[in-house]
Each structure stands twice: as C-alpha cells, then as structure tokens.
Design a protein around this ligand. Sequence first.
Ligand code: COA
Length: 143
Amino acid sequence: MFPSDANPAGNVFGGEILKQIDIVAGIVAQRHCGTNAVTASIDRVDFLKPVFVGDLLILNARLNCIKNSSMEIEVKVESENLRSGLRTMTGTAMVTSVALDDGGKPTTVPKLLLQTEEEKKKFAEGLARMEQRSKERRREKAR
Ligand SMILES: CC(C)(COP(=O)(O)OP(=O)(O)OC[C@H]1O[C@@H](n2cnc3c(N)ncnc32)[C@H](O)[C@@H]1OP(=O)(O)O)[C@@H](O)C(=O)NCCC(=O)NCCS
C-alpha cells in the first residue's frame, strides 16, 4: 500500500481496502458466471486490524453460494509486513454479485459443484444469509 492510499498517520483508508474487496469479488463472480457481473451489495465489512503504508495486501475470495442470478462471495483480507513477513488478518466482507446478460439484465448463473462437506456447509449458510437479505429488502420496500 502506498502513501496515496492512507491518511497522514499512515493508516490505509477503509475505502481503499473496500475497493480491492470489490475488484476481487467481481473477478470471482465473473470467473464463475462467464458474463458481466456487478456488485449488488456488500455487507458485514469488518476492519479487524489496521493496515499501514508499505504493507502488502493479500485478498482471498471464495464463492459460497448462488441463487438464480446472484452469488455470495466471501472475501478475507490479510496484510503482510514485507520486512518481518508477519501476516495479520485485517478484514472480512460478504459481497453479493449479480450476473448480467448482454442486455444488462440479471441472468441465471451456472450451478455450483459442491464436493466437500465444508463447501456444502458454506453453501447452506450463504443461502440462509441471501434469504435473510431478500426478506430485509422486501421489508424496506414495503415501508
Ligand atoms: C443489482 C441489480 C442488477 C439488480 O437488478 P434488479 O432489477 O433489482 O433485479 P432483481 O430484483 O430481479 O434481482 C436480481 C437478483 O439480484 C438480487 N439483488 C437485487 N438487489 C440486491 C441487493 N441490494 N443485495 C443483494 N442482492 C440483490 C436479487 O435477490 C436477485 O437474486 P436472484 O436472481 O439470485 O434471486 C441492479 O440493482 C443494479 O444494476 N444495481 C447497480 C449495480 C452496480 O452498478 N454496482 C456497482 C456499483 S454502482
């Protein structure tokens, strides 16, 4: 991370990390659906520890779950001190991406092949969160 990514004290801006989260989640989504995909929402963004100028940012993302056109992507952010090699878990986020067809409309994404017990568990947990989000959006709309 560079000085332009941070405040005068050297703490990297949360918005800069959010941008990287958004980019990585978009790559994961588009790799899976093979079409354009946009970020519909980002929730549960937690900045657990500070990231400083000079740190290397490492993002790992996985596709937890799909519904019809939407996908839940979990992103974990680590920072690495390049001198000591020490890695710290600095943040996590849940991103919902929606696959779009060439006309810009939501389109069905390919099914996920769930092979391990962990993948099945992540899928079930993701689906429960997706349904909860839909419920909250419907409640908001009705207000
Ligand atoms: C996301 C977007 C494509 C959804 O379009 P829409 O016409 O509302 O589509 P629908 O209501 O048919 O929903 C399509 C899917 O998106 C999901 N979705 C819609 N809004 C959502 C939200 N705020 N959070 C999570 N999922 C959302 C729906 O649950 C549905 O999922 P499913 O197909 O798996 O069941 C549209 O709101 C959009 O284009 N937003 C801007 C996206 C963007 O440009 N992001 C970058 C930053 S500006």
